[in-house]
Design a binder for this molecule. Structure first.
Ligand code: NAP
Length: 254
């Protein structure tokens, strides 16, 4: 299948989005499809949700396929990207979005398994995704360049309120990785960036945090998944051609 073509007529290539089945990831898939990418809608556990994102994209005239990629199965990630390339064309954009909060409780009350799981999904897996992407995109490996976006969080800077210190630490690791990888591949045609969302209206924020948004968010509301997707759309585009190694906070001023 040929590369997808944007409204400007430019071949945009394939965008591989982990955690594309719900919430922020689903909004990113829809936006990148509208931008002209052929989108691999990655899902971990919710195939039906991923298929409905694919259906919405196709109804709007875009190109998408659902791809099962449980990012905690690190060995499978490279193969899943390869399968998406076979179906949708050359990888151009990776969005490592899949994430979990894990147990929201004090660290001294968390299981070691939780700590390991949160870091596996939120930190080790995005690095494994980025590794697979760099091997395909880097001009050093014969690739044509591209963009990598990793989903961070304001918790990377705040430490993670309400029992989310482990979660915050996993996102803090990603802020450092974005900076380091951005420098590592800057002259190989790859830009590496992140988005650090505030409290966004998805299944993820606990009820207490959602209810507190009016007071703890300077703009007085939850963010919308589409507002994060807009930032990703800009970051992967040529309009952000001199931006690498950093993340953009989208938090309503929080
Ligand atoms: P969400 O609504 O809970 O969705 C989480 C997504 O991650 C789902 O698509 C889920 O897919 C996927 N996922 C979870 N574990 C996975 C695994 N092992 N393998 C593959 N996919 C997996 O969360 P969200 O709010 O959209 O969050 C998306 C990203 O934004 C996360 O990295 C999160 O940390 C970050 N973030 C969110 C907020 C917020 O307030 N919502 C704030 C800051 C940062 P399946 O259901 O198919 O498994």
């Amino acid at each position: 299948m040929s590369d997808s073509v944007s409204k400007s007529g430019k071949a945009a290539g394939m965008a591989f989005v982990t955690g594309g089945s719900r919430g922020i990831g689903a909004a990113i898939c829809r936006q990148l499809a509208a931008d002209g990418y052929a989108v691999a809608v990655g899902y971990g556990h919710n195939e039906a949700a991923a298929q409905s994102v694919v259906a919405a994209i196709r109804d709007a005239g875009g190109t998408a396929e659902a791809v099962h990629v449980d990012v905690s199965e690190l060995d499978s990630i490279d193969d899943r990207i390869g399968e998406a390339e076979a179906a949708l064309g050359r990888l151009s954009v990776l969005v490592a979005n899949a994430g979990v909060t894990g147990e929201a409780r004090r660290v001294d009350e968390q299981s070691l398994g939780n700590i390991e799981d949160v870091f596996r999904v939120n930190a080790v897996a995005p690095i494994a995704c980025a590794q697979a992407a760099v091997r395909r995109l880097s001009t050093r490996h014969g690739g044509q360049g591209g963009a990598i976006v990793i989903m961070s969080s304001v918790a990377a800077h705040s430490g993670g309120a309400g029992g989310l210190a482990t979660y915050g630490a996993s996102k803090g690791a990603m802020e450092t990785f974005i900076l380091g990888l951005g420098k590592e591949v800057a002259d190989e045609g790859i830009r590496v960036t992140g988005v650090a969302p505030g409290i966004i209206d998805t299944d993820m924020p606990p009820d207490e945090l959602r209810e507190a948004a009016e007071t703890v968010v300077p703009m007085g509301r939850l963010g919308k998944p589409a507002e994060i997707a807009d930032a990703v759309s800009w970051l992967v585009s040529d309009r952000a051609s001199f931006v690498t190694g950093e993340s953009v906070t989208v938090s309503g001023g929080r």
